[in-house]
Design a protein around this ligand. Structure first.
Ligand SMILES: [Zn+2]
Length: 196
């Protein structure tokens, strides 16, 4: 059997179903590219992956294999199975066109918010007020002063993370279209997604 596999072009998004027990591998194809990740319970889309709840339950924002990612209702949604990077972001919500207006004075910029809305829309899930994403490979550094800096991702070409679904899910992934900051190493590149 051939595993379903997609290449998300730079700046684009993808939605797909992930059945309970299935595993998804998300790969940074060229390196230094982040992937905004959301997941909804297929049977009740009011329940979704929640990075804040996950941090509350794990008491860390540095996840490692074996850790569970939780829903907004404190139920296990996914388990981290493998990770070649070990640095992901749980605190920044999805970029959206308004962000590019405010931070970079650019109008109608592509965004993870739009990409994710489009991806979940194909499964009948309405656009939320914002996407509270887990940002795979994103290198957010919190300094002792409280200052937050977004630095170049630590991921190199071919680095990946694997997550196993603990219930039937609708998943969406966005290859973040921000070339304006170190977030994606100042250049947007593709993301591979494979169900394994
Ligand atoms: Zn983004």
């Amino acid at each position: 059997m051939i595993n379903p596999k997609w290449r998300i072009p730079a700046t684009k998004g993808l939605g797909f179903k992930l059945g309970k027990g299935q595993m998804v591998r998300v790969t940074d194809v060229d390196g230094e590219q982040i992937a905004d990740f959301v997941a909804y319970c297929a049977n009740d889309t009011s329940e979704r992956l929640d990075p804040s709840v996950t941090m509350d339950a794990l008491r860390t924002m540095k996840v490692k294999p074996g850790d569970i990612l939780y829903s907004n209702k404190y139920r296990p949604l996914l388990t981290l199975m493998a990770d070649t990077v070990g640095q992901h972001d749980f605190i920044n919500s999805a970029c959206r066109s308004e962000m590019y207006e405010v931070l970079y004075n650019k109008q109608n910029h592509a965004s993870c918010y739009h990409n994710l809305n489009q991806a979940i829309g194909e499964f009948g899930i309405p656009a939320p007020d914002q996407h509270y994403t887990i940002n795979l490979f994103m290198n957010t550094v919190i300094h002792p002063s409280g200052q937050i800096s977004i630095e170049r991702p630590l991921s190199k070409a071919g680095d990946f993370i694997e997550l196993r679904a603990e219930m039937d899910l609708i998943v969406a992934v966005s290859a973040c279209p921000c070339a304006e900051s170190a977030c994606n190493g100042f250049v947007c590149t593709p993301i591979d997604v494979e169900i394994i």
